[in-house]
Design a protein around this ligand. Structure first.
Ligand SMILES: CC(C)(COP(=O)(O)OP(=O)(O)OC[C@H]1O[C@@H](n2cnc3c(N)ncnc32)[C@H](O)[C@@H]1OP(=O)(O)O)[C@@H](O)C(=O)NCCC(=O)NCCS
Length: 174
């Protein structure tokens, strides 16, 4: 079933989530500039060429072996790009690891929450039994708030990068 999953246009009250394409790279280079975005997720601002290469690879939509489906959307507000949301779906789960990034200039206005909520709603509509997961640095309070708004809870398990694993299973003891 997941083999045919493809990102589709999603609209929210304020935003349009456009399936990612190479044509987004030039504008997104400016959105992803600076250093603050990378405080908890690591890495650094990509050049326009690096981003075009990344978007060309991501917009293929799946890993070569078909085990992962790559779904990426650019968050657009009034015709401009402000960030992105992404879902990596494990075809044999099905589980989807989700993530969100909003450009520094556009943060603090509920954009990540609204866009991520729309993405997760879309995913659950496509695959009602899908499990939603996320990996979040324990000090990344903004991202933790987004995850909480989606109904995810921290599991206490850390990965090798020190990020905590969140999922949408009911908290133990609940
Ligand atoms: C995490 C991120 C996407 C949030 O984007 P955003 O559009 O500002 O998020 P929202 O406006 O939807 O706010 C979400 C919550 O974070 C809180 N928040 C926003 N900026 C914050 C900050 N700098 N410090 C603490 N909390 C913050 C908001 O108050 C809100 O919480 P609330 O709804 O409980 O009040 C953005 O900060 C970002 O891109 N960070 C860098 C990349 C990153 O860490 N991505 C997450 C990878 S898991």
């Amino acid at each position: 079933m997941t083999g045919i999953l493809r990102a589709e246009l999603i609209t929210t009250d304020r935003f349009t989530l456009e399936p990612l394409g190479v044509h987004h790279a030039a504008e997104m280079t400016k959105v992803l500039a600076g250093t603050a975005i990378y405080k908890y997720i690591g890495g650094q601002a990509p050049t326009a060429q690096e981003l075009a290469n990344r978007y060309a690879a991501q917009s293929v939509g799946s890993s070569r072996d078909g085990r992962q489906i790559w779904l990426n959307w650019i968050i657009r507000e009034q015709g401009r790009s402000i960030g992105f949301v992404q879902a990596t779906v494990e075809a044999d789960g099905p589980t989807s690891d989700v993530a969100w990034v909003v450009g520094e200039a556009f943060q603090g206005r509920g954009a990540a929450t609204e866009a991520a909520h729309a993405m997760v709603t879309w995913l659950r509509h496509q695959q009602p039994r899908i499990r939603i997961t996320a990996s979040i640095h324990p000090e990344n309070t903004a991202s933790s708030s987004v995850a909480r708004h989606l109904g995810l809870t921290p599991t206490g398990d850390l990965d090798a990068d020190g990020e905590e694993f969140w999922d949408d299973s009911p908290p133990t003891g609940a």
